[in-house]
Design a protein around this ligand. Sequence first.
Ligand SMILES: Nc1nc2c(ncn2[C@@H]2O[C@H](COP(=O)(O)O[C@H]3[C@@H](O)[C@H](n4cnc5c(=O)[nH]c(N)nc54)O[C@@H]3COP(=O)(O)O)[C@@H](O)[C@H]2O)c(=O)[nH]1
Length: 536
Amino acid sequence: MTKPPKDRARTFARLYALLVGVLAVIVSAALFTLYVAENYLQKMREVQLTMATTTQVVAAETIDLLLRLNKTYTPECFEQNLRALRMEAFGTAYQSDIGIFDEKGRLLCSSLLGVLPVPFEATPPDTVHEYQGHKVEINNQVSVVIGGGRYKTTVVRIGRFNAVVNPRILGTLFPQDQDVIRFVLPEGGSFPIYANPALSTRWINLLSTKEMQEESMHYFSWTYMAFIASEKVTETRFVIQKVTPLGEFLRMHVAILTKLMLLSLILGCVVYFLIKPTFQRWNDLEHRIEALLTIEHVVCMYQPIVDLRTNAIVGCEVLMRLHDKGGVVIYPDQVLPIIIARNLTWRLDQTVVRKAIHELFNGLPPCQGFKVAFNLFPKDIRYAEIRDLIESELPKSGRHNFQFNLEVIEQAYQSSLFTEIAQLKEAGYQISVDDFGTGFSNLGSIKSLSPNFLKIDKSFVFDMEDSTIRSSLIPEIIGIARAVGAAVIAEGIENDAQRQMLLKLGVEFGQGYFFAKPMSVGELHDLMKAAENTYA
Ligand SMILES: Nc1nc2c(ncn2[C@@H]2O[C@H](COP(=O)(O)O[C@H]3[C@@H](O)[C@H](n4cnc5c(=O)[nH]c(N)nc54)O[C@@H]3COP(=O)(O)O)[C@@H](O)[C@H]2O)c(=O)[nH]1
């Protein structure tokens, strides 16, 4: 069994709303993740900056100390020498111990341990570098005994002396979990003084590229699916680097990301429930439009047309709205496309004309020659039907005193329209070409139409104060109106400057929010009364 149109409309509305909801979830989740990622990289940058600065200070002190020791002390383990070295270590900020090596590279004694019972065969250095003509050997993560405790720290050796960096200082550096600490040579290039042993060659290669050594960069690499953070601190000689594979990042942020994903889901649900009624209204509208084109639902509003020379209200344009259930007002721009697509234009025209004539005849006092302008769809301009429609609505006795005006939008007209319009004019109806300047008519077709009025489209008026090319066409339009014997009505006048300019250009009539917005017949009546208009 096929679903009735209303159910189908609701299903579609739900589906569209669901799509928008899912989109909201995806977009918000992406934005939240981006925020967490940005935050992570920013924190990484701050950690790296601090680390580079501390490393610089520690390294400078270590190298200075070792160079001085090599220059000043003999590499011998006698008590006086060891006491002096203890004082040297004590006088530094970052060193715990100083060791002395024999020529074979074995540790003989240290300022804290004293003379070793057996010379200690040191492990080969992790890195060896040349610095100011000296060989600098660095061992990271060396297990050392200090003050009865065992710690892991960095040991640097130059010549016959080594310095054991205070593990507490390093504790503030290495637990920061950085992968590579690189020393930048004054002549360019760099070498790692520390590299996380767990780091794979793939990451080491990436972090060793020239750009990584020369510039600071913090980004997410889609190729490597990892966050790359490499900070080159210009005031120091160090580059601090860290690679965080996506999996690790997600594990680190699982709690906050789960909360944010949940928030995205809630957001998606809120969007779904907020947007569903709108989609339902749109879809419903398609299927309920026929039911809405009735006297009860069609509402007529009247926008005054004013003589620019006297400011008198000489007529009005009838503009329709639909009143839906729940007091919802539907404006023409929302509904006209549906009405056209469903071929209901004549139904709308009939309802508007009937309702407006009824309201105006009952709501306004007799006003001879008061123009009542209707917007009609060009394909509905048929003399006989319009005549029958209007005449059937006119009161059988009393005031047949309105001047009906039919507004036809400017476009490429079909030839039959000219005959219909000629007959309408013959029968006493006035014709206006609406939205003039926006369509595709030519002077020939306007001449054949021979309208009573050309209505300058509001877009020309809006541009007037800026003197755009568009507004400079207004005199041309006025020229065309004169050539075809039509008067000019300017639409969309919103301020007095526009009114005055149009008046100066010779425009006779105007319409727009400056004078009045579309209003009910009661309000129109009150306005005309207040203006002490001279109709009657
Ligand atoms: N076939 C029918 N078409 C109709 C009918 N009722 C209206 N319409 C057409 O719908 C379009 C939009 O109309 P609406 O939302 O009513 O807007 C009108 C005015 O409110 C607006 N306007 C008037 N003055 C100003 C102004 O100073 N500033 C400003 N921003 N807007 C203003 O312009 C619309 C009137 O335009 P026009 O018809 O070109 O004179 C509109 O195209 C209507 O024609 C109907 O019953 N049948």
